[in-house]
Design a protein around this ligand. Sequence first.
Ligand SMILES: [Zn+2]
Length: 313
Amino acid sequence: MFVGIDVGGTNLKAGLVDEQGHLLASRKSPLGVFQGPEKFVNTLAELTMQVARDGGADPEKLEYVGMGIPGAVADGTIVYTCNIPMENVPIGQLFAHYLNVPVLLENDANCAAVGEYFCGAGRGTRDFAVITLGTGIGGGFILNGKLYAGGGMVGEVGHMVICQGGVLCNCGRRGCWETYASATGLIRMTREAMEKSPDSLLWSGSHGGETVSGRTAFLAAEQGDAAAQGVCEEYVQDLATGVINLINILQPEVLAIGGGISNESDAALLYPLRELVERECFARHGGRLTRIVKTELGNDAGIIGAALLRQAI
Ligand SMILES: [Zn+2]
């Protein structure tokens, strides 16, 4: 038995998982105000013991605890996280003060890719990629059956430039993929279209511009609004540019798309995306097309992947 923990921006989620990836018990706990690494690790250990007991397992007899961390990790140490103020924190070492079970750390997007690989959209493949469309764009790759982890900093697919001199990104470059194809990018494009089209349904669909979200353009496009359809078309094209770049480099059998925007209908998102990929990707010449699908495990992917980490490294 394994415990997987997903360290999110606001919540800690933990699950007891068996060898096949079945989630036997799960728990969620608010991250709360950060009170230093010791307290943080104490919370992780408490959560581990609780969820193990929930599922009828002895916490002392867990094979290991896998953790998905939003940031860079190396050898049981959090090198850097974006949303929790931690640098060079030896999680594995600190954890041993509370529970004598080995700890495996990995980037959270990589954990989600591992979860989908074993139990979701990547089942049965050898080469598999996941991209997550959220505030930014995350990526994780399984190559030849193993997680491609690099030095803990791989998968920053959102920061490949798709438009030289384009929109300024948080990372300092211009024209990064995620400034166009993330939910943040979609919201920016939606607002720009609204300014140009005062009569668009985008206005009424967002309470006069107060509640513009990643859904606003898709909903108005469904009702036949021309400005919204323009936004969606541009969005899918920008999404496709990055997807095709990745496919040309990695040639996975399956590329799965997750995150909030992936919940839009297939007709609005997946079908036009597939059409662009089939038209432009290099492998069309050889007839070996990557299958583009949606992720299957939703929010559980991170927990399950963290719990199954050892099988993928
Ligand atoms: Zn960037």
